[in-house]
Ligand binder design. Structure first.
Ligand code: ADP
Ligand code: ZN
Ligand code: MG
Length: 497
């Protein structure tokens, strides 16, 4: 067995409206080469200026990963030539990135086993993205809309050991940046991309020769690519060979990594401070604005929701997958525990258990069927108040379970309150004991023989006869008597009370 070391470099597109050093629109899917200007095209004599929103979002991520934000942060030029980069250098951060030396815990199930692990974050730095090259059969086309778009790179220390852990890290990072509202996390569109570094070595020998798998655009490929590499490198060491330090690519058609270029030991990028941008000093006012924009992070929220609502870990994790869903859930629970249900004794935990069930089963099914995204829950017709109303009626025995499901559908279809629908359709159960007593009395008069038998019968037979009599009471009320109350009254009748 060998020890393995995995470090990730994750790039995220920040959701700034404009690019990081000019006023061009930052958008995906615009007509090629329309979101460009002399600054992002690198014309001589132009001056970049920092988009403060990008700096703020970057610092939010730094905070989320417990990084230190330095007293001064600045930019460097990273020189290299590539056609997708019109300036022939990229403005990036090198000596004093905006976030330094943080750490984050990854937690979750891997193959049925719960794992918790601390991953150190080396740094978070802000830079500009390059343009996009589209290779056709004979020519390569260039779209510079992406050139200059705000990109944040998050670099971990080599603290992970398996492809599964790396996948979990990406999943957690993605959920975090989406909660913060700084990135849409869409790996297919390239808003979140990862380079995965991996080496193996004999136990106790420390880091091995690293291989970098570049440009992974799905967390599954991160996992597959890394596990493939760990096996490939292991076979090399088994055979007494050495691993070559190089950059490889994941070939998704062949499920293997392939060599892209042998890495000359560290590129000489000739970094030097960007002379056209001033040093940025995150002053108290700026840091306050960062802190004010922070939200409760997903993992903290999962833990709080387990403690506060008595949810299972799995339920809390599913509900917290999207911030909009967690917000919806908590709003509905607050409504249910504050409303009429509370007067009838529906506690917060009881309300939460019922709402979690609705949300993760029937509502989830309906959202899927109607093609509604979780983030659209804010404008869903079944708003938290209506869901709370439905749950409260159901918990109080005012409607049957079957009717509750029909009301759920009707609320969504008709955009009306559940109470109104229940009343209008005559689906409100009769819960007034006096009204039910009337029906019980009528049944007693016609079922004297059954009653006599029930009184003399053994437990089992008596239960059968009780169920029969309750059924008679329910049908006498058109199925609207609350079955619990009817049952209680029938039992009393048999006991002769
Ligand atoms: P480079 O200068 O080649 O970009 P860095 O030191 O910046 O290397 O590290 C880049 C990434 O590679 C980081 O995520 C780091 O954790 C990881 N890394 C560095 N050395 C190794 C190694 N020997 N094995 C595995 N991962 C490594
Ligand atoms: Zn521009
Ligand atoms: Mg590096």
């Amino acid at each position: 067995m060998y020890e393995s070391f995995i470090g990730l470099e994750v790039h995220i597109h920040l959701l700034t409206k404009t690019k990081v050093f000019c006023g061009c629109r930052s958008a995906f899917g615009d007509e090629p080469n329309t979101d460009v200007c002399p600054v992002c095209m690198g014309y001589p004599g132009v001056l970049p200026s920092l988009n403060i929103e990008a700096m703020r979002m970057g610092c939010m991520v730094a905070r989320a990963f417990n990084c230190r934000i330095p007293e001064k942060t600045w930019f460097e030029r990273k020189q290299y030539f590539y056609p997708d980069m019109p300036k022939n250098y990229q403005i990036s951060q090198f000596a004093s990135p905006l976030g330094q030396q943080g750490s984050v815990d990854i937690e979750g199930k891997i193959g049925g086993k719960y794992i918790k692990k601390r991953v150190r974050i080396k740094e978070c730095h802000l830079e500009e993205d390059a343009g996009k090259m589209i290779h056709t059969g004979t020519v390569s086309l260039l779209d510079y809309n992406r050139a200059g778009v705000s990109l944040l790179e998050i670099v971990t220390e080599p603290d992970m050991e398996t492809g599964e852990e790396a996948e979990l890290f990406i999943h957690q990072l993605r959920r975090t940046v989406r909660y913060l509202g700084v990135c849409d996390g869409d790996m297919e569109k390239g808003s979140l991309r990862a380079d995965a570094n991996v080496s193996i070595n004999f136990p106790g020998k420390g880091l091995g020769k690293k291989v970098e798998i570049k440009n992974l655009n799905s967390s599954r490929f991160v996992k597959l690519g890394l596990n493939y590499e760990i096996a490939r490198q292991g076979a090399l060491l088994d055979a007494g060979k050495t691993v070559v330090q190089e950059t490889r690519l994941w070939n998704e058609n062949r499920d293997e990594t392939q060599s892209m270029r042998k890495k000359e030991n560290a590129h000489d990028y000739r970094y030097f401070p960007e002379p056209d941008l001033p040093v940025f000093i995150p002053d108290a006012a700026f840091l306050r604005s960062v802190d004010e924009a922070m939200v409760e992070l997903p993992l903290e929220r999962v833990k709080r929701m387990i403690a506060e609502y008595g949810l299972s870990e799995e339920q809390a994790d599913l509900i917290c997958e999207e911030k909009a869903q967690a917000d919806y859930f908590e709003a509905a629970v607050a409504e249910a525990a504050a409303g009429k249900a509370a007067e009838r004794g529906l506690s917060k935990k009881d309300a939460a258990a019922r709402i979690a069930n609705w949300l993760l089963q029937d509502i989830k099914h309906i959202l899927g069927r109607e093609g509604i995204e979780l983030r659209e829950l804010g404008s869903f017709r079944l708003n938290p108040k209506r869901l709370a109303g439905l749950v409260s009626m159901s918990a109080a025995g005012k409607i049957s379970g079957k009717n509750a499901k029909q009301i759920l559908e009707a609320v969504i279809k008709e955009d009306r309150d559940p109470e109104v629908i229940a009343k209008e359709r005559g689906w409100e159960l009769i819960s007034d004991p006096a009204k039910i007593a009337g029906a019980v009395k009528a049944v007693a008069e016609t079922e004297t023989a059954t009653l006599t038998e029930a009184r003399a019968a053994d437990d089992k037979r008596r239960q059968t006869l009780t169920a029969y009599l309750v059924g008679r009471v329910l049908s006498a009320t058109g199925g609207r008597a609350d079955p619990k109350i009817a049952g209680k009254q029938v039992e009393e009748l048999i006991r002769g009370e």
